[in-house]
Structure formats: C-alpha cells, structure tokens
Design a protein. Structure first.
Length: 549
C-alpha cells in the first residue's frame, strides 16, 4: 500500500497482497468488538438473543435448507465466483490476496505458476477462507458460507417482523424474500451478492439504531458496519456514503461521540486502504468494449427503460424476478404516497421518516449506479443479480405496508400473497433457465462433471480458463503456457510427475478444429475421451495428451 504513494506497482502489489489479510482480520475484530459493546450497553448478549429468538433461528435454518434443497448450489456466474474462490484459496494456503490463475499439483500440494490481483472486494473470500480453516480446503465451502448467510438473513428478518407484527407476518416476510428468484439463485451459489445484500440490510438496521438512540456506541456501530459493508463489493462505498450522510444530516453528533471509540475512526484510512489500493491496481479493468464508456447516462436511460419494459411481462422464466410482486410493491408505495398526501401520519416518529428516506436514497443510488454501467441489463443472466437490494426491497414493501396499515393488508392476506408469489416464481430459480442460457455455464458444467468424476488429483489440465479448475483443487494451465513450456511439460510428464495431461478444447462444428485460442503445439498428440455439445456451433472436447517417447 505504501508502494502506491511511491509509484512502484510491483511493490504496491506485494504489500497489498500480504497486508490485506491482516487488515481484514483487524476490521472484523473491530466490528465484533463494537457490536458486542453496543449489545452490552443495552443489557443484551448473543446467547440471550439466541435463546429468546430460537424460533427465528429455526425459521432461518429451515428457510436456507428449503432453498438449498430446491435450488441445488452451483457456480452460476463465471468467472466471478471462481475468482473469489481463488482468493479464498490464497487466503487459506498463503495468507495472501492473490487470485491463483494457474497451478501445477504434485507431491500433494498446489504449486502456483500464475497469479493476478483480483478486482472484486475481499470480504467474501475472507469468510470462505475461515470455512477452509475450520473444515479443510473444499471448493464447496462457498456454498456453506451462503447457507449460513441466508439462514441469518431469514432469522433476522423473522425476528424483526415478529416483534412488530407477529409470527404470521414474519413468516410471510421470509417467504417473500426467500422465494424471490434472484435471491434464491444468489444464495445457492458461491457469489458475494448475498453477503452484499445481507450487510446492506444490517447497515440500514444500524442506521435505525443510531437515529432512534444517537449515542456514541450507536455511532460506532454504524461506522464499523459501513466499513465492513464497503468491503463486500467495489461499488458498496456509494450506498455506505449515502447512509452515513443520512446519519450526519441534522444530527446531534458532537465531539463527545467520537471519544470512546476514537481508535476506530483513527484507523479508518488503514481499514479502507485495501479497497483504495485495489482500485488503483485494477483501474480500468471494466471489460467494456473499445469505444464504449463503462458508465454513462446513455446506459442508464437504456437499461432503465428495459427495466420498466420488463415489468409488463408478468412471467418469464428467463428473467429471475417476481414481476407480479414488483407490481404489488409499487401499489403499496403508491398508496403510502397517497395517504401521506392526504395528511395521514404514515410514520410514528420523526426518526422513522428520516430512516425511510435514507433507505430509499441508498437503494436508489445503488440501482442507478448499476443501471448506468455498460453491462447493467436488469434481465441478463450475469447482471440480473446487480439489482438484488432492489429486489429484496420490492419483496419487503408489502410487509412494510402491513406493519403500517394492518387493517388494509391483514397478516393472513400477506401470508397468502407470499405463498402465491412463491408458487408462481420460485420455479424460475429451481429451473435456473436464465443461467443455463449462457454457453459458458454449459461449458463449465461439462468439464466439471468430467474433472470431478475422474477425481485424479495428479492430472494436469490444459484449459482456456485454468483458474476455474485450480479452485477445484486440480492442477491447470492455459494453452499459451502449455505451448510456451511444452518441453518442460513433457519432461515432467515423462518422469510421471503427472498421471495424465488432459486438454479441454472448444471445437468449431464448421471445421472440426479447436478455436484459435484453444490450439496446441503439434507436439501435443491427443486421444479424445469425451465430447459434448455446448452451443449450436460448438462442442467441448476433452482429450488425453500422449506422452512423448
């Protein structure tokens, strides 16, 4: 990190990769300490909360189990998930923040031969690495982390709503959120979006705690939560800033509020340093086509209009959103606005009005930012998840309406709405048609089935995206490396360092030859083992490389 100021990229990368682990460890420790102090000041503790809200915890576990049984976990967005798992692997094995892109496996160990600086935020890989520490390295540990996150999200939602409106409404709230297709799909994956959404909700809850009781402990809790949330996604800084601005606006914050937890505020630049350095090291890595701006008003208008048009097709199995529920949410908000215009007291206290405005502003800022991105299509398989906070807000709008106007939407009707929405839209997540429409997903399914069924950890794979195989625990290099190191590779193969060398190539139907990026040096003589169609014009061929005599 010091290297950035010195203008030395290699030094900056070296410091960033090795310091980020310990900064995140310190951040989570600070967040846990501040949270514990906040609970202690209110005469609470985690064991007491767990005993008092055991029904909520049971509901959370049941909800996560239902989602993971009905929507089998899998890698759904590539290379996002495998890159995050690669960083988690590096955290666990080396305590560094690199993404291993190529590695050989021999003598029972991964020997990294290629690595990069990952542009995605590091908190999710850090949590997955904790699962590795506790259970051993397993690439499926990402699913376990998301299972726990979904259970905690559902439990927290149940507890909050039950305390206000009873368990019937709480059950409805959990069903509405858990059966919203994009929520289930993000949960049953190894992506960071569920963590992002869950901590977004916790940030808004921390804001409510501060506005209700603006003391030094509540401010520290909100500040720590904002710092943790900022590490979930690289765009999380924007909604976090909106929330902190809402806390500061017309707030009774005084100098005394910063005394008890001065160390947290003093450490803020250090705790945010990995994000800042990561942005510098990966600046410009937006993957936008030449001549296309990564962010623009034109993108916002284009994708904003597509979002509006998508609401007029109530059921589309390729769109993982509960469109009818979105209309119900819009109706609830319209009625809320109508009641306010008629002079009805729609909020019970002034702080609730400020909190609601902050929630709307934060979610709106988050949504606008993603719609202004060149790849911000609401319905596209890899970008549908970017509006996850908006989707959860839509799912919860009827619940908020019930809490304020229970006579117009009783708990029984709210539960009926939740069950109907789940019946209509949860099958979209079960079928996962929108992700299966991607050729890369079908390609990944094909080679993963082969690699995992073969289970030979001594084999070396040659593939265009080797990092997707190394996270599974197998050695893999790309075609460029294999061609450039053919002599070395065949020497090691001949000495039985590898039990087999396997090439995974995309084959064009028109020519019967590998695509240009998948071609091997003529010295690589191949025997086909498997071939499967992945698109109308392509197959995926898996072949064994013959050892040289």
């Amino acid at each position: 990190m010091v290297g950035v100021s010195l203008g030395s990229r290699p030094w900056a990368e070296w410091i960033y990769a090795r310091a980020s682990y310990f900064v995140l460890l310190g951040l989570l420790g600070a967040w846990a300490w501040v949270s514990w102090r906040w609970l202690e000041r209110r005469g609470e503790s985690l064991p007491a909360l767990a005993r008092r809200h055991w029904r909520a915890l049971a509901c959370g576990v049941a909800t996560a189990s239902f989602v993971f049984v009905s929507v089998p976990p899998r890698l759904r967005v590539l290379s996002d998930e495998t890159n995050l798992l690669g960083v988690a692997q590096s955290f666990a094995l080396e305590k560094t923040a690199y993404n291993p892109t190529m590695a050989k496996r021999y003598y029972g160990q991964m020997q990294v031969v290629g690595r990069s600086i990952e542009k995605r935020a590091l908190l999710y890989p850090f949590l997955v690495h904790i699962a590795h520490v506790l259970t051993g390295y397993r690439w499926r540990n990402g699913f376990g982390v998301n299972f726990v996150l979904l259970a905690l999200l559902a439990a927290g939602l149940f507890g909050v709503v039950a305390a206000r409106s009873g368990e019937l409404a709480a059950a409805a709230a959990v069903i509405l959120v858990a059966t919203y297709p994009i929520v289930s799909l993000c949960a049953a994956s190894s992506d960071a979006w569920l963590l992002h959404a869950a901590l977004f909700g916790l940030l808004l809850a921390s804001l409510a705690a501060f506005l209700r009781s603006p003391d030094e402990d509540s401010l520290a809790l909100l500040w720590a939560q904002a710092l943790v949330f900022a590490h979930t996604r690289y765009e999380a800084v924007l909604p976090a800033a909106v929330v902190l601005a809402a806390a500061a606006w017309r707030s009774p914050i005084r100098r005394e509020h910063f005394v008890r937890h001065w160390w947290l505020y003093a450490a803020t630049p250090l705790l945010l340093a990995p994000l800042a350095v990561q942005r510098v090291l990966t600046f410009g890595d937006y993957q936008n086509p030449p001549g296309v701006a990564p962010f623009s008003w034109a993108h916002l208008l284009q994708f904003g209009w597509r979002l509006v048009l998508a609401q007029f097709k109530l059921y589309d199995r390729l769109v993982p959103h509960a469109i009818a529920l979105n209309w119900v949410a819009a109706g609830c908000l319209a009625w809320w606005g109508y009641a306010w215009s008629r002079g009805t007291a729609v909020f019970e206290a002034a702080w609730q009005r400020r909190w609601a405005a902050a929630c709307v502003a934060a979610v709106a800022a988050h949504t606008v930012l993603h719609l202004s991105y060149y790849f911000g299509d609401y319905a596209f398989p890899t970008s549908a998840r970017t509006v996850l906070p908006l989707a959860i807000a839509a799912a919860l709008a009827p619940v908020a309406f019930h809490v304020r106007f229970p006579e117009r939407l009783p708990a029984g009707r709210l539960l009926a709405l939740a069950l109907l929405s789940g019946l209509l839209y949860h099958p979209i997540a079960v079928g996962a048609w929108h992700t299966q429409s991607l050729e890369l997903i079908r390609e990944t399914d094909a080679y993963q089935r082969f690699v995992l069924a073969r289970g030979d950890e001594h084999a070396l794979y040659i593939y265009s995206r080797p990092g997707q195989i190394t996270v599974l625990g197998y050695g893999a290099v790309d075609f460029g490396w294999a061609n450039g190191h053919a002599g070395e590779l065949f020497h090691e193969y001949r000495r039985r360092l590898y039990s087999d060398v396997i090439a995974v190539q995309r084959i064009a139907y028109a020519t019967g030859a590998p695509l240009p990026d998948d071609q091997l040096d003529p010295r690589f003589q191949l025997d086909a083992l498997s071939e499967v169609q992945i698109a109308a014009e392509r197959t995926l061929r898996i072949s064994r490389v013959r050892p040289l005599p």
